[in-house]
Ligand binder design. Sequence first.
Ligand SMILES: O=c1[nH]cnc2c1ncn2[C@@H]1O[C@H](CO)[C@@H](O)[C@H]1O
Ligand SMILES: [Zn+2]
Length: 332
Amino acid sequence: MNPRIPKVDLHRHLDGNIRPATIWELAQLHQLSLPASSAEGLIPFCQIQDKTSDLLAFLAKLDCGVSVLANTDACHRIAYENVEDAHREGLDYVELRFSPYYMAQAHQLHIADVVEAVVQGCKDGERDFGVKVNLIGILSRTFGTDACSLELAGLIAHKSDITALDLAGDELGFPAPLFVEHFKQARDAGWHITVHAGEADGPQSIWNAIELLGAQRIGHGVAARHDDKLMAYLAEHAVGIEACPTSNYQTATVTDTANHPMKTFLDAGLAVTLNTDDPGVSAIDLAHEYRVAASVINLSQNELDAVQRNAVEQAFLSDTDKQQLFEKAASR
Ligand SMILES: O=c1[nH]cnc2c1ncn2[C@@H]1O[C@H](CO)[C@@H](O)[C@H]1O
Ligand SMILES: [Zn+2]
């Protein structure tokens, strides 16, 4: 990554980035059983080894980490450690997303309490590590529309501490038209919108995210490659593409990383950004994704710099905040 351009990750699930050592310690603390007898032994259960058969097999790997969230202190801890991880990676700004319903599920926590703990964990992390953070709430579509209504209510209870709403989980089984009302409420709350689309399903899912849910950015968006009209629309309206190539390889969204459409998207004028998705589960960091984009996807240094700048342009931040990020990076 270019140190003179802000280092930004816009698509990172904090509940997909729980350290194996923390999973182990929380299980000890709360006397919870795990499928292994040491932190190292846990790795095959909470990290992808090579790739999985499909998105749902990938998502099952997140279950181990959230299974130890026995109380709100545990939620605070993993949020705080996510900010520490971002600091260790040298990031200037990160948008962390999380699904409070999913985090609350294993131990029947109160959804709004989970949101509060995550908000506080991130605030404490920002104070201690000097990384700027914004939070994106997720509706986990996999659990259906009623669960998503509860999840939305828990997020809206902390409306001013949340920047945007996202829809994640089983894209094929729970398509966007089911969530029109949820996203209307989110826009009425003044939130930005980003939606996982075109990862497990086709281009229509991306159109739906934009036209029915009001998405300003698309998580993954890989399937746009099959629809020229959509590509032209994305370019014209600067709808950002949050690319996560290693995740896309591991979920079998792309057959191999070299086949990722990032370069095609850039050539077509799309505002592509590069992100980690679930770095703990994928065992990667943002610098790894930039190396992959250079050496496997063959982006030039100019293209990599453009992608790095796109992340600032596409961030859910005010123009003043974006300017400050650019100035901070230019002066180092
Ligand atoms: O790559 C992904 N695609 C779709 N959904 C995802 C991905 N990674 C994580 N989640 C989903 O996000 C929520 C936790 O933040 C969970 O619903 C998880 O399944
Ligand atoms: Zn994601």
